[in-house]
Design a protein around this ligand. Structure first.
Ligand SMILES: Nc1nc2c(ncn2[C@@H]2O[C@H](COP(=O)(O)OP(=O)(O)OP(=O)(O)O)[C@@H](O)[C@H]2O)c(=O)[nH]1
Ligand SMILES: *[C@@H]1O[C@H](CO)[C@@H](O)[C@H](O)[C@H]1NC(C)=O
Ligand SMILES: [Mg+2]
Length: 253
């Protein structure tokens, strides 16, 4: 890429024509949403890339959608796009739904609960451009990456899940259950079309399918911080369904 291609234009946006659509699925994130949006606007503003934030709220009873509407009024409808659904239909379909409305040629998927810090996004973008990668995946398991605020039980579960999957599926990425990633839009579309899992296995299947399709994956170390506001939902049921999903994936790939 030539130097001039990434120079800023008068409006503070880069000239290279790349646009990043951030998909933010929300369920009861009233306290977190204003801060995550503010941080996204700040970091995209500083780096000068074009962006939009697509908020997919699934009928949160805590009034997340009303907060999102206020944010849209505040930042403008070109930056904040609302694609709510009436009921809680799950993360996988939330991404698909959000992606249908994305106008960027790159998609960034992240959690809205501040576990994923927007400050890493410029690094994702730089990494993608450096290696012309199809996917850039945040990783907690190499370099300066890490997890903060989890108890030992949860760290063991996460590490264990990652380790078992590494052994069974050899996916070529160090963090499989994380969900902070950047994709080329057409690549994400192809992956989503092929993925069959639900819940926690979904993120993992995306990387496994990417490997099968020979897509290239770059990695950026990230620190993951446990949510401060809102309820955590990881329980015994999730672990059982994770193992079932992993087994299905192992048998079918
Ligand atoms: N639209 C939509 N968003 C969801 C749904 N379930 C979770 N989310 C959002 O998806 C992101 C990740 O979900 P989390 O509940 O944080 O999942 P987690 O990080 O594995 O678990 P905890 O943070 O410990 O609760 C958050 O932004 C949630 O608000 C859903 O069914 N629909
Ligand atoms: C991926 O690469 C391998 C090895 O080069 C090749 O055999 C395979 O057909 C490729 N798969 C796809 C889907 O292109
Ligand atoms: Mg979370």
């Amino acid at each position: 890429m030539s130097g001039s291609a990434s120079r800023r234009s008068g409006k503070g946006e880069r000239r290279d024509g790349d646009k990043y659509s951030v998909l933010l699925p929300t369920y009861n994130e009233r306290e977190n949403l204003p801060l995550i949006v503010w941080l996204l606007v700040k970091y995209f503003g500083e780096s000068g890339y074009s962006f939009e934030i697509i908020i997919i709220d699934d009928g949160s009873p805590d009034g997340t959608l009303e907060v999102a509407e206020r944010l849209k009024d505040l930042y403008g409808s070109d930056r904040i796009v609302l694609r709510p659904r009436k009921e809680k239909l799950g993360l996988g379909t939330a991404y698909v739904h959000g992606m249908k409305h994305a106008t960027g040629n790159y998609i960034i998927i992240m959690d809205a609960d501040l576990s994923h810090h927007p400050k890493f996004i410029p690094e994702f973008i730089t990494k993608q451009k450096e290696g012309n990668f199809d996917i850039v995946s945040g990783t907690r398991y190499i370099g300066n990456g890490g997890v903060y605020g989890w108890d030992l039980k949860r760290k063991i579960i996460s590490r264990g899940a990652n380790f078992i999957t590494q052994v069974l599926l050899r996916p070529g990425a160090s963090d499989l259950t994380g969900s902070f990633r950047l994709y080329r839009k057409d690549v994400l579309q192809k992956l989503v079309d092929r993925c069959v899992s639900k819940g926690y296995v979904f993120q993992m299947e995306m990387i496994v399918r990417a490997r099968q399709l020979n897509y290239t994956i770059g990695e950026v170390p990230i620190s993951f911080v446990d949510r401060v506001y809102g309820e955590s939902k990881l329980g015994g049921n999730e672990i059982v369904s994770f193992l079932k999903g992993l087994w299905t994936l192992f048998k079918t790939t």
